[in-house]
Design a protein. Sequence first.
Length: 271
Amino acid sequence: MIFGAITNSWREQLPSHSVKELVGEAVRKGAKHIELRQTCLGECEEGAGDDWRPNLEGLREVVQAYPALTFDLAMALPCLTEKIDPQGEGFQAALAGAKLVGGPQPHLRVVDPAPFDSPWDSPGDIPEEALGLSGLATEAARQGVIMSLENSALPIRNMAMLVEHVRSIVSESAGQHLGLCPDPTNQLRRFPDSDPLAELEALPLDMIKIVHFKQMSGGETHLSVDDGDLDCRRMRDILDAKGYTGAAIMEIPSDADVFNNLEASFRYLDS
């Protein structure tokens, strides 16, 4: 796995530092991958909501400053609850940003923040709006962009059901470009009686495009990845056993000491 950081951990530092400076600090603490998250990109983004756009020149400057790193771009996109136009300006701008930062393997992670009342029991429960992912996945694949999905209100098994269903109605190439960003701690927070690591273990390797590590106890998120309600070392071992070699992002909270917390997270998972 390639241990990395995410820019929304740096909310406290962004008002007084550039993204390029903060990426450099993460590198000094051992990060090998950076997830560039919408709303936490400082000089590398403009606008908000539907009007959000990546600043391609700003992103280019960051990527060129750290040629040894890998990057992905992440954005909020209500793709499970609204029909999104694959040719729309917002999605096309995000694909352009993902291609700019992603090098030979561009990756766009999309997060639908919408809550759902309950998990889905079968593919028939998947909202019609979510099937619009077929068009988005097809367009992303046409441009060579991997697209991973996340929704913190649904268990990993539901998101896998969705990807399997969409894969069944698109081309093989488009289907292979579509996958998940599993975050077992998010599931445990919402469904404390579930076993998110068993659901992670059940995923086919080709469905896991990127993963998030975080920790909590009693509903409170820890400042670093360590011991807590989720067995993060078991999560690491599951991914290793599958042969997962992609990015593993420490999605730790913003804090004045965030970079030392990032380094401590790497040490914990390396131990």
